[in-house]
Design a protein around this ligand. Structure first.
Ligand SMILES: Cc1cc2nc3c(=O)[nH]c(=O)nc-3n(C[C@H](O)[C@H](O)[C@H](O)COP(=O)(O)OP(=O)(O)OC[C@H]3O[C@@H](n4cnc5c(N)ncnc54)[C@H](O)[C@@H]3O)c2cc1C
Length: 393
């Protein structure tokens, strides 16, 4: 095991994947600095599911209990027919997840989670650093930021999301493709929910043929409810990453849906709309001193609620490879990383894009029961194969 504290590791992007990789590297004693384009993070209106597969990684970081206390712990994931309300699946979570998958299944506010995940980084996190250009001289990498500053690094981890600059440096400029679907996102306060004589289930996905609404609580106190949709929309012609939507647009998109969904739309004070974008599987995940993770590497439609989970699993596997294989021969280390991630990440990407996950009764143990630390590392093949599973939609 080689932990060379002199190796300068730069992480580009402090999203959930970047925060995870930096915190795990720090914990292992590496010298890491994170560069994030945003000036600060805000608690935007979005929730997230975190599966037991990722809670085990938070355990390693010493953050599991804190995160677990903040989140809602649904007993089930229900899938229901959007029109009739009939149950299509009842997937056991709660105590079942603890007993069978080795950790809790939670739903939580994304901003609350992110804040906890950033907490170990301290002064190693640099805000307001938008990467503009990379110069890889072979011996080290120059990182040039839009504010005119530059730093040198030995290893660069691209955790900079779907529009990754690091990906662009590896593979050239290419816009992600718009999938033809948008996601609406809204947070509803507990007070608004109490206006209705209705029972709001802690984690439920309402489905019809071409659209859905996923709904869940984002706090342990269950005083904040969140929905995120998938709705077809032929074109996305906005430059902004998201736009405001409206209650009227929601009524029209979910016309005929069950009365519970109508209640949620009625309770909506503010709703945003996001384009769902995608990429074809990348032919490589690393080159020389640069390596990718998360959405920079394998973006997906969010319908399996595992996109960020895959970014965090990537982070954990990459750090594991850096510890077990070392950082001197980083190219071999990165091959180990890819060999131990590509199949699983591509499978999740394909299922997520197809939007079939838990629609009917199925066993999710291959996904939720996974432990990134459990099995011995798989050796890389001579030539790593591009992912076969994923279909970009
Ligand atoms: C509607 C919706 C719902 C979702 N729900 C879930 C869910 O329930 N569960 C789940 O696991 N996943 C979910 N996802 C997916 C998840 O959000 C992404 O897969 C995840 O955020 C990817 O993390 P990341 O760290 O790779 O990238 P990002 O979260 O995109 O982070 C990238 C970071 O890099 C920064 N950055 C970008 N470019 C630069 C640059 N040039 N220089 C410096 N910094 C830069 C960005 O500001 C950002 O902070 C959802 C996604 C959407 C759209």
């Amino acid at each position: 095991m080689t932990i060379d504290k002199k190796t300068r590791i730069a992480v580009i992007g402090a999203g959930l994947g970047g925060a995870a990789v930096a915190a795990l590297l720090k914990k292992e004693g590496f010298n890491v600095a994170v560069y994030e384009q945003a000036d600060k993070f805000e608690r935007l209106g979005a929730g997230i599911h975190i599966g037991p597969n990722v809670m085990k990684i938070f355990r390693r970081l010493g953050l599991e209990e804190r995160i677990s206390l903040m989140g809602s712990h649904p007993e089930f994931w229900f899938s229901r027919d959007g029109l009739t309300g009939d149950y299509m699946s009842r997937i056991e979570l709660g105590q079942y997840a603890l007993d069978n998958y080795g950790a809790a299944y939670i739903t939580i506010h994304r901003g609350d989670l992110h804040e906890v995940m950033l907490s170990p980084l301290g002064s190693d996190l640099h805000f307001g650093k938008k990467l503009d250009r990379i110069e890889d001289s072979g011996d080290e990498v120059g990182l040039f930021f839009t504010d005119g500053t530059e730093v040198q690094a030995d290893i660069v981890i691209g955790a900079d999301g779907i529009n990754s600059k690091v990906r662009e440096c590896l593979l050239g400029e290419e816009e992600p493709t718009y999938s033809g679907w948008v996601a609406h996102r809204a947070l509803i306060t507990g007070a608004r929910l109490r206006e209705f004589q209705n029972e709001f289930e802690p984690c439920v996905k309402w489905w019809t043929e071409d659209r859905h609404m996923m709904v869940y609580y984002t706090t342990g106190k269950q005083d904040e409810y969140y929905y995120v949709t998938g709705v077809p929309e032929a074109e996305w012609n906005h430059d902004a990453p998201w736009v405001e939507s409206s209650r009227e647009e929601m009524y029209s998109a979910f016309d005929g849906y069950h009365s519970t969904v109508q209640n949620l739309i009625e309770a909506t004070d503010y709703v945003t709309k996001w384009p769902l974008k995608n990429r074809k599987p990348l032919p490589l995940w690393s080159s020389n001193r640069l390596v990718l993770l998360g959405d920079a590497c394998h973006p997906m439609k969010p319908h399996m609620a595992q996109g960020a989970c895959m970014a965090i699993e990537d982070a954990a596997m990459l750090v594991r490879c850096m510890v077990e294989v070392g950082v001197d021969d980083y190219e071999t280390t990165f091959k180990y990383y890819e060999a131990n991630r590509v199949e699983r990440a591509s499978k999740v990407q394909a299922i997520s894009n197809a939007n079939t996950w838990l629609k009917t009764q199925e066993d999710p143990s291959w996904c939720y029961g996974y432990d990134v630390y459990a099995d011995a590392l798989k050796e890389p093949q001579q030539e790593s194969q591009p992912a076969q599973h994923a279909v970009a939609e």
